[in-house]
Ligand binder design. Structure first.
Ligand code: URA
Length: 229
């Protein structure tokens, strides 16, 4: 992350003020005076302003990301770019996704370094609802509404899926609300009724609604964070 962005954020100052402070030689990184705001700060470096250390990481962080296709939600993958590519924050590798999306699924990913909070989202005990926009290959029949509501037997699973709400928009588009997060759940549910998901997009988790363009991220509001309590 750029040094001027980091300082502006942590000091609550404008970039103009930060630039002045840098020019006045008030900032050191690892003991060396840095005057350029463009300096790229790496996570483990120690920053001092006016003799005081500025901690690089705030205690707990919560973000939403609108994930494009082609990025994995795990934070270290040797074969694909990860969602951390989009996150311009100190020590991004401390963040994890509260519920993953497949490589080709787009939409809402919640990121945090608060393990207890993400557990409330991902643990089956908490029945947190996730809403997906689904595009399928074969026309959708209204009988699917009951089938999904009654629960589906997925291959190599012991129990039926929990009741899921299917809202059919037209022949090939639907909105599906599920309260679990089994492996490839949505794709497997449609496969179990001889259909095939051609596009999948997560719009909502609990009360948190995706409202930013693809490839962007933003901090969650306090209300959004508290909505999982
Ligand atoms: N269900 C899936 O099949 N894939 C996802 O990415 C999310 C839910």
């Amino acid at each position: 992350m750029r040094l001027d962005k980091f300082l502006a954020h942590h000091l609550g100052a404008s970039r103009t003020i930060v630039t002045k402070e840098l020019k006045a030689k008030k900032v050191t990184v690892d003991g060396e005076v840095i005057k350029s705001g463009a300096y790229q700060l790496s996570p483990k470096q120690i920053v001092h302003y006016d003799g005081y250390q500025i901690e690089q990481v705030t205690s707990q962080r919560y973000f939403m990301l609108n994930k494009p296709q082609g990025y994995v939600c795990s934070t270290d993958d040797p074969d694909h770019p990860t969602i951390l590519y989009f996150i311009d924050e100190p020590i991004p590798e401390k963040l994890h996704a509260a519920g993953r999306l497949d490589l080709d699924t787009t939409g809402l990913v919640l990121l945090t370094d608060d393990g207890k909070w993400s557990h409330r989202i991902t643990s089956p005990k908490h029945h947190c609802e996730k809403v997906y926009a689904v595009t399928v290959e074969q026309p959708l029949g209204i009988e699917l509404i009951d089938i999904f509501n009654n629960g589906i037997q997925l291959k190599s699973e012991k129990s039926l899926t929990k009741p899921a709400k299917l809202h059919i928009i037209d022949d090939f588009h639907a909105e599906l609300t599920i309260s679990e997060g089994r492996y490839h759940q949505v794709k497997r549910m449609f496969a179990a009724v001889n259909n095939h998901v051609v596009a999948l997009h997560r719009k909502q988790i609990g009360k948190v609604i995706l409202d930013i363009p693809e490839g962007e991220y933003r901090p969650l509001t306090q209300d959004e964070i508290d909505s999982f309590n």
